[in-house]
Write a protein that binds this ligand. Structure first.
Ligand SMILES: [Zn+2]
Length: 159
């Protein structure tokens, strides 16, 4: 089970900022990237949820998000911009605390730029559930967990 690699809430590495990836180091990260994609599928089989995971969640302190919505894609050095003024409120979840739900706010829409594994640039405009998903994953690269964005002290629920 690659899923065993996921660090859980409280692990100090989850609160650290990840470093940018350079093209020359990408080959050395391939095994971890494969594990991250496997983790999404294993998590989905176990919890019927899970669309993406960030490298710091396995202690790999690199700016990589593995995403699987319709098809798997690896996002390298992602950047978010155009975060909308309009917010959405939701119960968020995380592979690092699979039984906990956290009530928080995310931006309704945003723009995502990233490089893929062939070092090709991409620019996506995301809204709704995909917008909140990328903001969640991007937060992991900044060392921020959903628990830190809870609206108030009652914004926690056991799944
Ligand atoms: Zn998470």
């Amino acid at each position: 089970m690659k899923l065993d690699r996921i660090l859980l809430l409280g692990n100090p590495l989850l609160y650290e900022k990840a470093l940018p990836v350079s093209p020359d180091e990408l080959p050395s990260l391939q095994a971890d990237i494969q594990d991250l994609h496997a983790i999404i599928l294993e998590f989905r089989a176990k919890y019927q949820a899970g669309r993406a995971v960030a490298a710091p969640q396995i202690g790999l302190m690199k700016r990589i998000i593995c995403w699987n919505v319709e098809r798997p894609i690896t996002m390298i050095n992602p950047e978010l911009s155009d975060l909308s003024q309009e917010m959405m409120e939701l119960w968020d979840d995380c592979m690092s605390f699979p039984h906990l739900l956290v009530r928080l706010q995310r931006h309704q829409t945003c723009t995502l730029k990233f490089w893929d594994e062939n070092w090709q640039p991409h620019e996506w405009h995301l809204e709704g559930s995909l917008s909140e998903l990328i903001q969640h994953e991007y937060d992991h690269l900044e060392g921020i967990l959903a628990t830190q964005r809870a609206i108030d002290s009652q914004s926690f629920r056991w799944r």
